[in-house]
Design a protein around this ligand. Structure first.
Ligand code: ADP
Ligand code: MG
Length: 171
């Protein structure tokens, strides 16, 4: 099995995933990083040339590749769950952990994260209102797919990692 981290952009999938992997001596794969590596282009460039459909196609390939092996910590993009093929692969090959945060915290993190703003400018354009709307639409999808939901609001990444470890140990 793999441990798959899902959730809205800025919820901490990459940060928490990397830490969880380090602490447990497991390989870590971030599908956004895998896409950039395989395409030889930044996410902003992929969006600029082929739009969101081009990115989603590459993401499906990356998720298939990432879930091929076992014993990995995998973090995926916030919108990956919109694809049925991705949902099936993630659920079939992973224990799925949803990192939750409220819209205000997410917006604060996204807008102050230079990497995030540079890489995905078009996705940060709608501000807090967009985060609220998309989060509302996507939350049932995250909830449905996840085996467990872990709250990240006002919590340090290392405390979140401990929560995930405790939950995994209890299984
Ligand atoms: P994701 O991969 O889900 O988009 P990241 O791990 O890239 O999220 O985190 C987005 C931003 O939020 C980064 O600047 C990161 O340092 C910050 N961040 C991540 N987790 C937390 C947390 N628990 N509390 C506060 N800030 C966080
Ligand atoms: Mg990430």
């Amino acid at each position: 099995m793999n441990v798959v981290l899902i959730g809205y952009r800025g919820c901490g999938k990459t940060t928490v995933g990397r830490l969880l992997a380090e602490r447990n001596y497991l390989p870590f794969i971030d599908t956004d990083e895998l896409i950039v590596h395989q395409a030889g282009k930044s996410i902003a460039e992929i969006f600029a040339t082929g739009g969101e459909p081009a990115f989603r196609k590459l993401e499906e390939t990356a998720i298939k590749l990432a879930t091929k092996s076992k014993g990995r910590i995998i973090s995926v993009g916030g919108g990956a769950v919109e694809s049925k093929a991705n949902r099936s692969a993630l659920r079939k090959y992973g224990t799925v952990v949803w990192l939750q945060a409220d819209a205000e915290s997410l917006w604060k993190r996204i807008s102050s994260d230079k990497k995030s703003v540079d890489q995905r400018p078009n996705l940060a354009a709608g501000g807090l209102e967009e985060v609220r709307q998309v989060l509302e639409k996507r939350s049932p999808v995250y909830a449905d797919l996840a085996h467990v939901a872990i709250t990240t609001t006002d919590r340090h990444p290392s405390a979140i990692v401990e929560d995930i470890e405790a939950w995994l140990d209890s299984q």
